[in-house]
Design a protein around this ligand. Sequence first.
Ligand SMILES: Nc1ncnc2c1ncn2[C@@H]1O[C@H](COP(=O)(O)OP(=O)(O)OP(=O)(O)O)[C@@H](O)[C@H]1O
Length: 241
Amino acid sequence: MLSVEAVSKTFGGVQALREASLACAAGEILGLIGPNGAGKSTLVNAISGTLRPERGSITLDGRDLTGRGAEHCARAGVARTFQNIRLFKDLTVRQNVEVAYITCRATRAKQAAGIDIDALLAQYGLDDLADVPAGTLPYGSQRRLEIARALALGPSLLMLDEPAAGLNEGESEALAMAIEGIRRDVGCATIVIDHDLRFINRLCDRLCVMDQGEVIASGETLAVWRDPRVIEVYVGQAQPA
Ligand SMILES: Nc1ncnc2c1ncn2[C@@H]1O[C@H](COP(=O)(O)OP(=O)(O)OP(=O)(O)O)[C@@H](O)[C@H]1O
């Protein structure tokens, strides 16, 4: 269970997070949405330890992760993918997954025991590409490798930052089914950020909506879309200036 309580962060004069809170339970798929600049990536960065919040607290399964750094968070079971793919481009596909697995084996022996790298590569359609440098893969395969690598960490929390960006409808549907498979097989808490609202609504049990650094609504997907503040942010955006 991830619990984020009243986290704040400023960059110069910009308040990127204003006492943002959210929770995500094991086996749950939470959609984190909001307009550009709402603070979604900043919140994910705080949860994954790449930036230190000024106030608030972040715990995973009761362990305090607040400001503990990316390596500590990864070892505690936080895995993520990035808006702009960040693979080890010169390492092979298999080596990318192995690096994560080695981290998992060092600190999460129970989870590591359940991970089979060959099966993971096959599951994500990467078995025939295992010895190819990651940087030479087509875009869709790089996206799948990022997810396979995140799963090799044996995560308790998986955060996917714009996983459907650049995918066509068929690829998005396949991705949604793969994420549902992760819920079934791994049972981790999953947070998905995406601007593709059809993808988000189809996939997520609950939504957390941010605007200007604040969480303005959270709850079951359908209920959130009836919230006047959410309607204002989304419909307001579509109005001509
Ligand atoms: N490293 C940084 N330095 C300065 N300002 C930053 C930094 N990172 C984020 N910001 C600012 O913080 C605010 C929140 O940005 P953030 O990237 O978290 O939004 P977002 O909801 O992820 O947006 P998008 O959907 O466009 O990715 C924005 O005003 C952004 O310009």
